[in-house]
Design a protein around this ligand. Sequence first.
Ligand code: URP
Ligand code: ZN
Ligand code: ZN
Length: 532
Amino acid sequence: MAYSCTSLLLLSFLILYGSLPLSQSNQFCDAGVGYTESTCGFSSTSSSKLLIKGGTVVNAHNQEVADVYVEDGIIVAVRPNIKVDEDVTLLDATGKYVMPGGIDPHTHLAMEFMGTETIDDFFSGQAAALAGGTTMHIDFVIPVSGSLVAGFEAYKKKAKKSCMNYGFHMAITKWDESVSREMEIMVKEKGINSFKFFMAYKGSLMISDELLLQGLKRCKSLGALAMVHAENGDAVFEGQNRMIDLGITGPEGHALSRPPVLEGEATSRAIRLAKFVNTPLYVVHVMSIDAMEEISKARKSGQKVVGEAVVSGLVLNDSGLWNPDFITAAKYVMSPPIREAGHDKALQAALSTGVLQLVGTDHCTFNSTQKAFGIDDFRKIPNGVNGIEERMHLVWDTMVESGQISVTDFVRITSTECARIFNIYPRKGAILVGSDADIIIFNPNSSFEISARTHHSRTDTNVYDGRKGKGKVEVTIVGGRVAWQDNELKVAPGSGKYIELPPFSYLFDGIDKADAKYLSSLQAPVKRFSAS
Ligand code: URP
Ligand code: ZN
Ligand code: ZN
């Protein structure tokens, strides 16, 4: 928990004297619509003091009309009628919501995958995120030749151009003593508290059940969260061959080759193995009723299983994959696949009732040229869709505007729960005194429209192209600085911040007690005498 002494001292001063200190107003470069990497930067003389006036401050647990005062990137006061001198930067939020910036738990920026690299890097992807109200994301480090240390160093380099908060998960792609040792280094020295196991992508990232078991045990001992991409990779391989034999080579073959039953099977297997080891499990990108029901069953039984929805699964269906235009169809190819209509609504209901706990994007963008690698064979279409910029708007419109969840729930599933699971709450995911000033001003009476022509991602297509809805992120503040305002990005490569994620989140509470109970429940071994 990062409540600095400075903040607390400052707060005492404010309470005593009833006014907040002065500062110069913020001056950011004006990059116009869009952004430029080389010239646009935060002014070195920019103010570090901001007052957001008159909005409805929303946290996961309550909402109230209050002002928010920020200094040096930290929230130092949240209460009505804060008085400041004229030269503190003022933002009027009357009639609007003031909420924690979004945290996206699942992204792939600059990832080498399927013979190419995702088109959004740590600058363009993050700029897009900020334009959509997301102030932190957690990206997946892919090891280099199985080495976690080498993978971490490679991602540190990629992330040098960052312009917002980011953290890392780490994928585990092979198993030996050195991987086990490096997992400890990642957790104890590098700020990583989660490891992802791919149960699919046979021949590249896929791991065996034996590896998964070893990995689950190691995660448990380190207080790290095990994450799974749950699809039966061997059966997917079989399904792909089946489609090719049938002459189905287009993008629709992708969905047909890996049906929901394979996602349900792998989800169930991972859940059972995590239960056997007695360690928490996080299932990424839940795309089907089959997988969601396995999570629901496990959670009802008391098992610590987290289910992550992604925007594509919540708001799209598979009809696009049957589009006669290859590029239009190929842009929807991701894994697990976007499912037929019905799964989307069921996943929304699961999110609103707490069966699924948070929403990510799995932002993993490839442009049309890259998608065309699979023009004759769906198996070669790089898997992945966009979403980092669209997530907050689409979740608001789909879940809040439809009446399925409250505004406080919106904050919980887009920000707070992610911060709790990855053990950085209340530094992140909250508008509280002492929290980092990652804040959005959201106008529920405005509207948004998504277009590949105006989005900030580098990709030339958008799976949500043409979608309109209610609500608009009007201002994004990251680390106390305004990064998005008046439809303009004010961002600088290199201004981002790596957020270390500590082990042993709340999900590990009680694990040791359950282990002790299990051990004491075992009957004493039967003493037998040899027959002779
Ligand atoms: O299609 C997807 N999801 N691409 C990114 C890699 C993964 O499986 O998360
Ligand atoms: Zn995955
Ligand atoms: Zn992913």
